[in-house]
Design a protein. Structure first.
Lengths: 295, 668
């Protein structure tokens, strides 16, 4: 598949998140060089002695018949990775200066992550939040989980405003098993507050990836004349001159991104800034890098 | 570089419109949703920043467009190349009023002195021209820088009895300016009489490149009394005296009582007291006086109460002559027509005629020239010598009335006119078969005061070949009943019916007497004489060009007005000065023509200052280059080029504005 199918503008023309996810992932994989490091095959890896609590479905009964010992047969592509995607559905995620707004991009990204996890038989779940938890699907690798996740993505509606503290306190109870937690948000909060709120998840053995979604107009506003901006979350209005937007604002948003990146790094999190006008493959690559560390 | 109409520069205030729309108008931005204002300052942006110039190119185009439009209306010009002719840096025109009113006191001398002072102040590079104007403009000198020539021209200006006309002066100035090719400075020396203004102020508009400087002379609004008009008969006969009425005008704020006298041939006939109201007129009537035989020099004069005695007299001429003799030729059988004609002439009150009725057989030795006019009433023929003499008389200025009837139709030929009768239209009185007059030329002197021809029945009329005949009256069937032809200097009237109350009943109608009287006065020339005329009017000596009877004219000073050729050929002459002109015609006849100055010259009310200022402004407004270095160049208007550039800018502005207003741009 061509790389052009990873372009957000192109994906916006495809109806159905399942097809979008398939298009993205298949296109992404087809563009990769085959490498043993990624272990996509279902090849045999090792035997491991049965221990209490292991799933009996993985016992190699042929070995048991010959040796009367229980061994679990493990394959290279089989892991215990659990992917939980946290999607910010606050009002600010509805902003977009082109065809795909941030929430749409977040949908495509999450759908692609779910599809990829599904291919690797990872358990995947979703938590939708704004200033509170709006939807929750616990990670699972059961049959039909992908469709449920995609359906949950479809149902996301824009909420009010972002508040990390309240929803994170809430869904810490759902993340009692280690896995990969991908937070997709525009992070219009104090970076220290964001990290401080999310950081406890890492203590439970989770790998945390912050996908920072920003519209190109948010990174580098291109106002050519004075505009009256209205905040999409609190509806506060403010006159903004082009000079300010092109100088002081850019300095401040760049500082915010750097702070968030540095804070995430210090907290051992992965941070990835996503421009909603750019293709999705970079985000998927980031996911695979993180997942590789968990194989 | 200059402006013809600099006051249009006030329109530059319109530049404020684009400044307002682009710079000062409070900017109202459409609200634009944004994800978060977290990184924007929580303060309102300065409105000054909103006033930043938008669409710099559009603003510039619009401002330039307005500036150029205003500039085009202001009339920019640049001074062109060197003048083709003239040589001097400016032409100074000295125009001196020498009309009748300038005779008052020392007005003309005062004007001369002021003019000499102006000429003394000429710069070496200037040239000057001297004009004298009254009814006509006289060029006293060509443009020159020679002081001696110019001073001589000023000194040569003499007073006239004509009326001044500023309209004629301005017309002459236009041609002077047009030919000068340099800025012209007009110095007008005049008493600035209000009565000399033309009917329309537009006639006073000075041409471009001319400026006017006024030099008033004499006392303004000086009170004056004048004999304004005299009504007197130009001709009286032996029946009675001449009745004279005089109008005395008081042209000032004061009433006055004065003696008015009637003077005939230097002898005071009668004096009367006249009370003239302030700024009004009074009429003085003198008793009829017996004027001596021949032409008398008469005048009405008042005692002089003012500083302008020249208009205290009014000249007129009265001629006492024997009754005009009229030769009436008729058939021996016809006794009715002379009876009716004589009765009508004798009933006329204004003039006297002596009718000499003769049959065609009694014309031996009769000279038509000894009669005022001749009537041929329904005659079959006249003796050949008489007809020849009659033709000559008519050609020389005599007059003839021909009435046609059955007798005239026998021969079919109309004497003198050399035309023929075509047919006779007869309607018997039985059964009321008649024709009536359908159309009259009421402008003709014969019919002017005798136009009540309704009810006149014509039973018999004769159609003639109407070659070169002017129809004066026509019947209902379009048959001409009265015609006229100019023969040489004389006139011939043709009545295509009879005067005997047989072929028509015209002699029984009231219109017959005035018709006969007016026709007699017209044919004898008595209605042309006037007791007095105005200076500058034209006196007609003869009606047709070509050589005719000699007429010699002497002016009031006894000099000959016409040269030898003009004596035989001139159609008339202009009465140039006040006094009695003597016209000596062939045959020893002597006429006196009294000429009086136009009495509008007696009114010394001056032109209002506002009007004078407006008059001067016409020159200054149209001559924007006067402030520029004079001479050598003429202003070349640039408004056309400016307007063209403005048009190009308007197109560019449309293109640029269309680009800014496109939906795509707005959305961005």
């Amino acid at each position: 598949m061509s790389r052009r199918y990873l372009d957000p503008e192109t994906l916006a023309g495809i109806s159905g998140l399942d097809l979008v996810a398939k298009t993205v992932v298949e296109g992404f994989i087809a563009g990769l060089h085959r490498s043993p490091d990624f272990g996509f095959s279902q090849e045999f890896a090792e035997y491991r002695a049965y221990s209490e609590g292991d799933d009996l479905r993985h016992v190699d009964w042929n070995v048991f018949a010959r040796t009367e010992r229980c061994y679990l047969k493990r394959y290279r592509g089989e892991t215990n990775t659990r992917l939980t995607v946290l999607i910010d559905a606050s009002a600010s995620m509805g902003y977009g200066s082109h065809r795909v707004n941030k929430l749409e991009y977040a949908r495509y990204l999450a759908a692609s992550l779910f599809y990829m996890a599904h291919r690797q038989r990872d358990a995947a779940g979703i938590i939708v939040f704004d200033d509170q938890v709006r939807n929750h699907l616990a990670p699972s690798s059961r049959h039909g989980q992908l469709l449920r996740l995609l359906y949950a993505l479809e149902r996301i509606e824009l909420g009010v405003r972002t508040d990390f503290r309240k929803p994170f306190l809430h869904f810490q109870q759902f993340l009692f098993r280690p896995g990969i937690v991908a937070a997709i948000s525009d992070f219009y909060q104090d970076p220290e507050l964001v990290i401080k709120t999310i950081e406890p998840l890492r203590f439970r053995g989770n790998e945390l990836v912050l996908f920072h979604l920003l519209d190109p107009q948010e990174i580098a506003p291109g106002f050519k004349r004075p505009v009256l901006l209205v905040d999409m979350e609190d509806e506060q209005a403010m006159d903004v001159s082009p000079e300010y937007a092109q100088t002081e604002y850019r300095a401040r948003i760049d500082g915010h991104i750097e702070n968030l990146r540095a804070s995430a790094k210090r907290a051992g999190m992965d941070y990835f800034l996503l421009d909603t006008s750019r293709p999705l493959d970079e985000a998927l690559r980031e996911y695979l890098v993180v997942r590789r560390g968990r194989m | 570089m200059g402006l013809f109409s600099p006051w249009f520069l006030a329109g530059l205030a319109a530049v404020g419109l684009p400044v307002y729309f682009h710079l000062l108008r409070k900017h109202k931005s459409p609200p634009l949703p944004f994800s978060s204002l977290m990184f924007f300052e929580p303060r309102t942006q300065s409105s000054i920043q909103h006033r930043r110039l938008q669409y710099i190119l559009l603003f510039t185009l619009r401002t330039l467009l307005l500036v150029l439009l205003v500039l085009a209306f202001a009339g920019p010009f640049i001074m062109g190349g060197p003048a083709a002719a003239g040589g001097g840096r400016r032409l100074v025109v000295v125009a001196i009023d020498n009309s009748f009113s300038m005779r008052q006191g020392g007005r003309l001398e005062q004007a001369r002195q002021q003019a000499l002072q102006v000429l003394a102040g000429l710069r070496p590079e200037d040239r000057a021209q001297v004009l004298a104007f009254s009814r006509q403009v006289s060029v006293m000198s060509e443009p020159s820088g020679d002081q001696a020539v110019l001073r001589g021209a000023v000194s040569a200006i003499e007073p006239t009895d004509s009326r001044s006309s500023y309209g004629d002066l301005v017309r002459a100035l236009r041609s002077v300016v047009q030919s000068a090719q340099v800025p012209v400075e007009v110095h007008l020396f005049s008493d600035l009489q209000k009565t000399s203004m033309p009917a329309g102020f537009a006639e006073l508009a000075l041409p471009a490149g001319a400026s006017l400087k006024l030099h008033p002379v004499g006392e303004a609004n000086m009170p004056n009394w004048a004999v304004e008009a005299v009504t007197a008969p130009a001709r009286v006969d032996g029946k009675g005296g001449a009745r004279v009425q005089a109008v005395i005008a008081g042209l000032g704020p004061e009433a006055a009582t004065m003696r008015a006298s009637l003077v005939v041939n230097g002898r005071v006939i009668e004096s009367k007291s006249a009370e003239t109201p302030a700024a009004g007129r009074t009429t003085v009537e003198f008793a009829p006086f017996d004027a001596p035989h021949g032409a008398s020099r008469c005048q009405v004069q008042i005692e002089s109460l003012d500083a302008f005695p020249a208009d205290d007299r009014f000249l007129f001429a009265v001629e006492r002559a024997d009754p005009a003799r009229v030769l009436f030729v008729h058939e021996s059988r016809d006794t009715r027509s002379p009876t009716y004609f004589r009765a009508a002439l004798e009933a006329a009150g204004q003039a006297s005629f002596a009718l000499d009725a003769r049959t065609a057989f009694d014309l031996g030795g009769v000279d038509p020239a000894s009669y005022a006019f001749v009537v041929l009433s329904n005659v079959t023929s006249v003796p050949g010598p008489f007809e020849e003499a009659l033709k000559k008389r008519v050609q020389a200025g005599g007059a003839l009335l021909i009435a046609l009837g059955p007798a005239a139709a026998v021969r079919g030929r109309i004497p003198v006119l050399e035309t023929s009768i075509v047919e006779s239209r007869y309607a018997a009185r039985q059964g009321d078969r008649f024709q009536m007059v359908d159309w009259l030329d009421t402008a003709h002197p014969s019919i002017h005061r005798a136009n009540r021809w309704e009810g006149v029945r014509f039973y018999q009329v004769f159609s003639v070949k109407a070659d070169n005949l002017r129809v004066l009256a026509r019947l209902a069937d379009q048959t001409p009943v009265l015609l006229e032809r100019q023969e040489g200097e004389g006139r011939v009237l043709l009545f295509t019916s009879t005067l005997d109350n047989i072929a028509n009943d015209f002699p029984l109608h009231p219109a017959f007497v005035p018709f006969v009287e007016q026709t007699a006065r017209y044919l004898s020339g008595l209605d042309e004489g006037r007791s007095s005329m105005t200076v500058d009017s034209y006196f007609e000596l003869r009606r047709t060009s070509g050589e005719g009877a000699a007429a010699d004219v002497l002016d009031p000073r006894g000099g000959r007005v016409l040269d030898l050729s003009g004596t035989a050929k001139a159609l008339g002459f202009t009465l140039a000065e006040e006094g009695f002109y003597e016209v000596r015609r062939a045959g020893g006849r002597r006429e006196l023509v009294a000429a009086n100055a136009d009495r509008r010259e007696s009114n010394f009310e001056t032109i209002p200052k506002d009007t004078l200022a407006l008059w001067q402004n016409t020159g200054e407004g149209s001559a924007g280059a006067q402030g520029a270095p004079a001479g050598e160049s003429r202003p070349s208007p640039l408004w056309w080029y400016v307007l063209f550039v403005a048009f190009v800018l308007a197109l560019a502005e449309s293109v640029v504005a269309a680009g800014h207003l496109s939906l795509k741009k707005e959305a961005a």
